[in-house]
Design a protein around this ligand. Sequence first.
Ligand code: ADP
Ligand code: ADP
Ligand code: ZN
Length: 214
Amino acid sequence: MRLMLLGPPGAGKGTQAESISKQFNIPHISTGDIFRQNIKNGTELGHKAQEFMNKGLLVPDELVVDLVKDRLSQEDCQNGFLIDGFPRTIPQADALDRELNNMGINLDRVINIQVDREILIERAVGRRVCKQCGAAYHIKFNPPKAEGICDKCGGELEQRKDDLEATVAKRIEVYLEQTEPLIAYYSRKGIIQNIDGTQEIKTVFNSILEGLRG
Ligand code: ADP
Ligand code: ADP
Ligand code: ZN
């Protein structure tokens, strides 16, 4: 299964990706996670990406495309993958198209998670992520068992720097301008599956599974 998750910041892509990746035993490829890992490790890429991310802007296409190409060529992607957070611009989508063509493969489905703006802000601002394993929680909608501690690994939870309200608002604006056009792009290819992302986490997951069966 070769899948892609599309949706605005805070829609629940990362949360659903975790379940989908387990269900189908395919790697979850999140460009946001890759950048955050690079920032944590103090790499040059991390350094470059950070200045855009903290402002709520997209990292330039040329820093993203090769990174995804490399990742898709790895052994664990042979039997499928789930891409989350990429592409975010039409040039990125075109580059991905060309690469998949070269590899002789197609995307099976683009899962488009739809959520209104006010809900997105509340979700992103209340998001807390594990410093150690990256798992995402929400102070109100998906709290950990013990406050501030990751259920999965015991790591400490923190707020992402770009999850402050003003930065989230900027990211939504950037999404509408640069990423939303991808819905039409993939609709034309006939592989879009629209999902109501305002439902409970489990219900959203069930809708995704249902859509993939149909
Ligand atoms: P994205 O990867 O699209 O930015 P996340 O999966 O990190 O989004 O979710 C954003 C925040 O909203 C997190 O705090 C997460 O726990 C919470 N969340 C995700 N899905 C739902 C949902 N269906 N209902 C309520 N809160 C959710
Ligand atoms: P969210 O889905 O909550 O917006 P991500 O973790 O996917 O968050 O992305 C966080 C930030 O990383 C983005 O705001 C952007 O700066 C950068 N980023 C991630 N993926 C890409 C991409 N494909 N192209 C450009 N920038 C990206
Ligand atoms: Zn953890």
